[in-house]
Structure formats: structure tokens, C-alpha cells
Design a protein around this ligand. Sequence first.
Ligand SMILES: Cc1cc2nc3c(=O)[nH]c(=O)nc-3n(C[C@H](O)[C@H](O)[C@H](O)COP(=O)(O)O)c2cc1C
Length: 305
Amino acid sequence: MGKKVLAVYFTQSGQTKAILDQFLKPVIADGNEVEFLQIRPVQPFPFPWPIPDFFDTVPESVNVIPTALAPWQTGLVKYDLVILGWQPWNLSPSIPFNSILQDEQFKVLIKGTPVITLSGCRNMWINAQEKNKKLLHNAGAKLVGNIVLADRHPNHLSYFTIFHWLGTGRKDRKWGIFPKPGVSDKDIAGASKFGNIVSSYLRIMNFDRMQEDLVRAGAAPVKYSLMFIERKAGKIFQKWVNIINKHPRKRKSILVAYKYYLAIALLVASPVILTVDLLLFRPFSQKKIRRQMNYYRGVEYKERI
Ligand SMILES: Cc1cc2nc3c(=O)[nH]c(=O)nc-3n(C[C@H](O)[C@H](O)[C@H](O)COP(=O)(O)O)c2cc1C
């Protein structure tokens, strides 16, 4: 018998929904019933983004502070599986997504239910996923799968192209020369291979080994250099937000300083720090690195890693 699946998502450009649709094709073809629920903030976030508005999301996303959502309802009170289509903002769950995860009505709906997170991002998602794991844990949901699609271009390139995309709303080549931003059309189309794997586990309603299979198919790409930057940056972002919390009246000017800090940290400092790490530290911490990378690929939640 077909299973009942709820597909929850937030999207601005449509990328997350496009990934979700491709992912769900085999699930629907297998005879399962899929219901969609779109997350809608009462105060919509702009798209395309004016730069100050973009950086103004930093404090609330980093501190996982929800925004009010428009009333919503679902056809059923319980589902066999819930798919969560989300995206990282500032190394944290996007504000609309953190809001649904903290919504009391939603927490009741997903309590005790197997949940799969599915995202389309630039390339830094592991900090945000740790925050998701914690929120899902608090809601009593069972995270059984995680699938991430990312921009495969080098970090420096995608930093420029994502601002072009999010700032203009056009997912095309900046100046006609840069690569296309975001998740590639090929990877979006390829999301169905993950849907195939999920479908086979949905048939038996036992997801115990599913994430291993998904990882083998490339569902949770963890790259050492990005993990290294993200682990450091996550802590530094939190420090900036702590300063803003202490001086709320200076929020705007602190965020302008943060904007310049971010560009320098990502484009100039991180390659230098990575080189030092490669020469002095990395060769001696192979075991620890392997353990960390495996943890981030998985669905287990630990307070400290
Ligand atoms: C405010 C903001 C912050 C973002 N921060 C990150 C980030 O930390 N890591 C990342 O990989 N992508 C980041 N992105 C890209 C998004 O995760 C996502 O890929 C993009 O916004 C498209 O999603 P959509 O389906 O909502 O259009 C950010 C986007 C926005 C708007």
C-alpha cells in the first residue's frame, strides 16, 4: 500500500522546490501519496535581495530566532514520512525553516515521525544541519536521512556568483563569463536517484540503513577544506551576533563591518589558514578528521563534536 508523505519546503528562487520535485518523482511513481506544504512567513523576505537586507538576516538566523508564519494546515494529522526542503542562511537554518521547526503545531505533527532533510545550498551546510538536528531532536522527530545538493564550483567563485544570483534574482552567468550559480541543472535532475533509494526504504518502513546508502550515492558531500572553514566560521559568526545582541542600537553599522569581515575572511584569510593547517596540523590529525567527516555525513545528533 502507498505511504503518506508530507513534503514541507521554503524557497525563494524556486531552487529548493525544483530539487524536491525531482527527488519526489520516484517516490510518487512508486504509488505513495505526497502532500505539499509551503512555509510562508507573514513578512516575506525580499528576493532579489538588497545587500543590507541580506546581511540583516544574520542575527536571527545564527541565533535560530523564528519569524511569524502564515497559518497553515495539512490534510492528515500523521504521516509515514516527512521530507523537509530547506536551505542554509549564514551557516544556520534559514529563518523561515527554523520557524516551522519551532512551530508548536508542527512539532506535534512530526513527533515520532521519520524525517528526511533535503537542501540546496552554495556549499556550507554542516553547521546549519547540526542546528536542524537539535531542533528535530527537541521536537521528538526521527531524522533518518539527509540529502544535500551544493554548488560544485570552487568556493571563491561561488562566493561571487551567489551574490550575483541572490542580488539580481537571475540564476545566470555573471557578466556572461562566471559559471552559473547555485546547484547545477544536472544535479537538480539527478536528485531523483536519492528519491529512488528513499522509495525502496519507504516500502519496508525501516530506515535504519538508509543514510549509509544515500551517502554512498553522494547525498551528503563533506569536503575537508569547507568543513574546516565552516567549523571556525560558525564560532566566529556567533561572536559577531553576541556583539550585536549587546549593542542592538548599533546593529546596522556592526553588520556593515561584518560584511567586509566576511569577504576578507573567506577570500583572503581562509586560504592562508588552510595552507598553514595543511602543513602543520592536518597530517597529524587524520583519525580525528575522518571521524568528524563521517559524523557530519550521518544523521546522528551529538551535542559536541
Ligand atoms: C541570507 C542568505 C544566506 C545564505 N547563506 C548560505 C550559507 O551559509 N551556506 C550556503 O551554502 N548557502 C547559503 N545561502 C544560499 C541558500 O542556501 C540557497 O541555496 C539559496 O538561497 C537558494 O535557495 P531558494 O530555494 O530559497 O531559492 C544563503 C542564502 C541567503 C539568501
